[in-house]
Ligand binder design. Structure first.
Ligand code: Z5A
Length: 210
């Protein structure tokens, strides 16, 4: 059995992660690779319920610590019930966001101390990190324009302002620079098809040779 690969997609809102995830899954399946697409927070029925709690704009305050704990609670459920079993079965896992999002949004965006995120990541992931993380890098204003075009009610994150999303983008870029083996930074201003081609190139070392 071939080794499963864990691929995460990251970036600011509207960066094109969901579109790229669908394109990647189709292209990998066409190469005979078994693949599941999933997302965080969420990815299992129970973790999706945690997602609803953490994204909804309700009356009760969810403070920084609660928000961070909810992200990791959902991640723990997701790892145990979906990600680890799929990898063990030799499937590729394409995950729309993972722990880098917690560092970017809760850490840089909200100001949660990084040692708290470090210790939760260690306890929950026990060394499970993506083999490759594709960072879809997009100017903040363009991401906000795309998200607005899509319409619908704003969640607790979409209601944030430019300064917040700028901190998120800077944090992602810093993480990518610090871990060049795991990360590839993709120009998310590219249209979907060329972006998919660049993404596939960045996974070439694990793809079957034609
Ligand atoms: N969050 C957190 O705080 N901490 C954590 O640990 C985790 C998450 C895991 C929900 O994430 C929120 O959770 C997120 C961070 C927080 N909040 N924010 N912001 P999400 O991933 O579900 O939400 P999102 O980032 O807002 O995703 P999105 O808006 O669905 O965007 P996307 O998946 O990156 O983009 P898309 O849906 O593929 O495309 C958006 C639009 O752009 C759409 O109209 C497309 O047709 C268009 N598009 C897509 N690709 C392209 C290209 N290449 N060119 C032009 N237009 C494109």
């Amino acid at each position: 059995m071939n080794a499963g690969r864990f691929i995460s997609l990251e970036g600011g809102e509207g960066a094109g992660k969901s579109t790229l995830a669908a394109g990647l899954a189709k292209a990998l399946q066409a190469l005979g690779i078994p693949v599941i697409c999933t997302r965080e927070p969420g990815g299992t029925p129970l973790a999706e319920r945690v997602r609803a709690v953490v994204l909804e704009r309700g009356d009760e305050v969810i403070d920084l610590t609660a928000e961070t704990l909810l992200m990791f609670a959902a991640r723990s459920i997701h790892l145990a019930n979906r990600i680890r079993p799929a990898l063990a079965a030799g499937h590729w896992v394409i995950c729309d966001r993972f722990t880098d999002a917690t560092y970017a949004y809760q850490g840089a965006g909200r100001g949660v101390p990084l040692p708290l995120i470090d210790s939760l990541a260690e306890a929950v992931q026990q060394g499970t990190w993506p083999d490759r993380t594709l960072l879809l890098d997009l100017p903040v204003e363009e991401g906000m324009r795309r998200a607005k075009r899509r319409g619908g009610p704003e969640d607790r994150f979409e209601a944030e302002h430019t300064a917040f999303f700028t901190r998120v983008r800077d944090a992602y870029r810093q993480r990518a620079a610090a871990e060049p083996t795991r990360f590839r930074v993709l120009d998310a201003t590219l249209p979907p098809e060329p972006l998919l081609a660049v993404a596939l190139d960045s996974l070439a070392e694990w793809l079957p040779t034609p």
